[in-house]
Design a binder for this molecule. Structure first.
Ligand code: FEO
Length: 397
C-alpha cells in the first residue's frame, strides 16, 4: 500500500503503533502513530523518523515511493527517541554522509543519542533549504517539547511540520482532521495537558510569533496522530485557549481509599460541589489513570485531593498523582485536601503542602478518624458546597 500523499510529492511514511498502552507514563488506550514525512521534489527530504522497533516499516514505506538512497536531506525536528530511534538505521540506508538538518541543540542532543558521527547541519532561524520547485524553512520552537525542538515549514504548500506540537496519541487509518471529525479533540487536549502544559507560556509566545510573522498555514503535520488540513486554525485556537488555562465551573476530585471511608467523603464533597452547579466527577485513582485525571485538571478551577493516611504518609497512588501534576505545573487553581485516617492522620496536611507548592489558593483541609458518620458526611458535603461557592464567585457562568 502506497503511503498517503498529503500534497503533490509530500507523503506520510510514518507508522501506527497500535498496541502501545503507556507512553512514558501517559495512557494510550488507542495507541499512537509516529509520523514521518517524505518530500519528493528535485531534491528529496525526509522529515523525522520513528521509534526504533518500527524502522523496517518506515524504510518499507519510503521504498514504496522512492529508492531511499535518493534522499538528499534528513531533517530532525526533535531528538526524543520516538522520532530519532530509527535514525541510525535510516542513515545507514540512505547514506551516512547525507546532511542531517536540525537545531543547534538538536545536533548536540543527537550526538548524545547516536554513537556514529554524522554530518549535522545546525540551522539558523529562518534559514531556507531549496528542494527545487519548493523550499523549506526552519523555526526554533524550544520546549515544544524539548530544548532542541524546531518546526519545519514548506513555504509553497503552506505546510507546517510541527513535531510534537498539535499532536495526539491516536493510531488509526483516519489520517486527517476532516476524516476523523471532532472526536479527535479530546485526544489533542489530553496530549496538551500531559505533554505540553508545563510549557504553556512558551506556546502562547510561539502562537504570537507565528501570528506576527503572518505565516499562512494551510496544513499542520504533527509527528503523532492526524494531520490538520481542513481547519488548522481550530487546533491553533484550542492551543491558545489551553495555554491560557481558562477554567470552567468545574472541579477535579481525585482520591484513593483503603476501607471506603475516604471514598464516602469524596462522594459527599462531590455532591456538595454539584449542588452549587459545579461540574465534578469523583476520580478514583485505581480506576482513572493519572494522565486522564490531568486532562480534567487542565480546565478545572479546583483540584481537590483525598487520601487515607498510610504509615504516617500518603497513599502511594496519591503521591504518584501529586508528583505527576506538580511536574506539569497547572496554574490558577483552588486547592483542597481531605481524608480518613486510623490514628496519626497526616495525609490531608501533606496533600495541602504539595498543592501549596503549586501556588494554589488553598482551602483548609478536613479529615475524619475511621468511618465517617452522618455528621461528618454532612461536614464533607458543606466542604464541597463552600468550594463550589468559591469557584462560582471566580468563574463566570
Ligand atoms: Fe513525540 Fe517529545 O516526542
Amino acid at each position: 500500500m502506497k503511503p498517503i500523499e498529503i500534497a503533490k510529492g509530500v507523503y506520510d511514511v510514518g507508522v501506527n503503533d497500535w498496541n502501545i498502552e503507556d507512553f512514558h507514563g501517559y495512557s494510550t488506550p488507542l495507541g499512537t502513530s509516529y509520523n514521518a514525512f517524505l518530500i519528493v521534489d528535485e531534491k528529496i527530504a525526509l522529515i523525522d523518523t520513528v521509534k526504533k522497533e518500527f524502522a523496517d516499516q518506515l524504510i518499507a514505506n519510503i521504498e514504496r515511493v522512492i529508492d531511499p538512497r535518493k534522499i538528499d536531506y534528513m531533517i530532525s525536528n526533535h531528538t526524543e527517541m520516538d522520532h530519532s530511534g530509527s535514525l541510525a538505521r535510516v542513515m545507514h540506508r540512505i547514506g551516512e554522509d547525507k546532511p542531517i538538518y536540525c537545531s543547534k541543540l538538536g545536533a548536540k542532543n543527537l550526538a548524545l543519542h547516536l554513537p556514529q558521527r554524522y554530518n549535522y547541519h545546525a540551522v539558523q532561524e529562518g534559514e531556507k533549504l531549496s528542494l527545487g520547485k519548493r523550499t523549506l524553512t526552519f523555526m526554533e520552537t524550544r520546549m515544544v517539547h524539548w530544548p532542541d525542538s524546531m518546526f519545519t515549514y514548506l513555504i509553497e504548500e503552506q505546510m507546517l511540520f510541527s513535531s510534537d506540537g498539535f499532536g495526539q496519541h491516536y493510531a488509526g487509518f483516519e489520517k486527517f482532521d476532516d476524516v476523523i471529525g471532532h472526536v479527535i479533540m479530546p485526544h489533542a487536549k489530553k496530549y496538551f495537558a500531559n505533554i505540553l502544559l508545563l510549557y504553556a507560556p512558551l506556546i502562547l509566545k510561539l502562537i504570537d510569533k507565528v501570528t506576527q510573522m503572518g505565516l499562512a498555514i494551510k496544513t499542520i503535520c504533527p509527528d503523532h496522530g492526524v494531520i490538520w488540513r481542513k481547519d488548522p486554525g481550530k487546533i491553533i485556537a484550542a492551543y491558545d485557549q489551553w495555554s491560557r488555562q481558562t477554567p470552567k465551573r468545574k472541579a477535579v476530585l481525585v482520591y484513593d481509599t483503603m476501607w471506603h471511608s475516604t471514598e464516602r467523603m469524596a462522594e459527599a464533597i462531590a455532591a456538595g460541589l454539584s449542588a452549587e452547579g459545579i461540574q465534578v466527577r469523583p476520580m478514583y485513582l485505581r480506576k482513572w489513570h493519572r494522565s486522564d485525571v490531568m486532562t480534567e485538571v487542565l480546565d478545572a478551577k479546583a483540584v481537590i485531593v483525598g487520601s487515607p493516611t498510610l504509615n504516617n504518609g500518603l497513599f502511594p497512588t496519591v503521591s504518584d498523582f501529586l508528583t505527576y501534576m506538580k511536574g506539569l505545573k497547572p496554574v490558577g487553581k483552588i486547592g483542597a485536601a481531605f481524608g480518613s485516617h486510623g490514628w496519626s492522620g497526616e495525609a490531608p496536611k501533606l496533600i495541602s503542602q504539595e498543592l501549596e507548592s503549586l501556588q494554589f489558593e488553598m482551602v483548609a483541609p478536613i479529615r475524619r478518624q475511621f468511618v465517617p458518620d452522618g455528621k461528618s458526611l454532612e461536614e464533607s458535603y458543606e466542604f464541597g458546597r463552600a468550594i463550589g461557592q468559591r469557584i462560582a464567585a471566580q468563574v463566570p457562568a
